[in-house]
Design a protein around this ligand. Structure first.
Ligand code: MG
Length: 159
């Protein structure tokens, strides 16, 4: 068994589409990034890569590479999963925190959970998505950014 941790934060900007966990969410502001800014999937990539000791998302998908301009982060997670599997590991479960003051994410947690499970090839029962605010504190709490924390457990894949 191998455990990995991932963290990411992106700035919110008015008029940008908001995508979290591969799910489009209606919002007056979305996340700014070289890709679609999906902080949850970026943190999931880092958790997978971290558990397999394969480095980090910036090494594998550098934002200086135009191939990743505005890329759907689901493609990054799929690629990170392929690298993890190639190293001999398979995901067991994922647990995530999304830190956002707005929009309220409780109506979207089920869809995000299903999408993340689908991307990882896991049953929904092995994926947990939690959401919380920052109580008005700091950049997240003041609605300027959304952050995500992800923990993933890997097991050595059967040959
Ligand atoms: Mg990111």
């Amino acid at each position: 068994m191998r455990v990995g941790i991932g963290y990411d934060i992106h700035r919110l900007s008015p008029g940008r589409p908001l995508v979290l966990g591969g799910v489009a969410i209606a919002s007056p502001a979305g996340l700014v990034g070289h890709s679609d800014g999906d902080a949850l999937l970026h943190a999931a990539c880092d958790a997978l890569l971290g558990a397999a000791a394969l480095g980090d998302i910036g090494e594998h998908f550098p934002d200086s590479d135009p191939a990743y301009d505005d890329i759907d982060s689901a493609r990054l997670l799929t690629a990170a999963l392929e690298k993890t599997r190639a190293a001999g590991f398979a995901p067991v479960n994922l647990d995530a925190n999304i830190l956002a003051e707005q929009p309220r994410l409780s109506p979207h947690k089920a869809a995000i959970r299903e999408r993340v499970a689908q991307l990882l090839g896991l049953p929904v029962s092995r994926v947990s998505i939690k959401a919380r605010t920052h109580e008005g504190l700091d950049a997240v709490g003041q609605g300027q950014a959304i952050a995500a924390q992800v923990v993933v457990l890997l097991e050595e894949a059967q040959p």
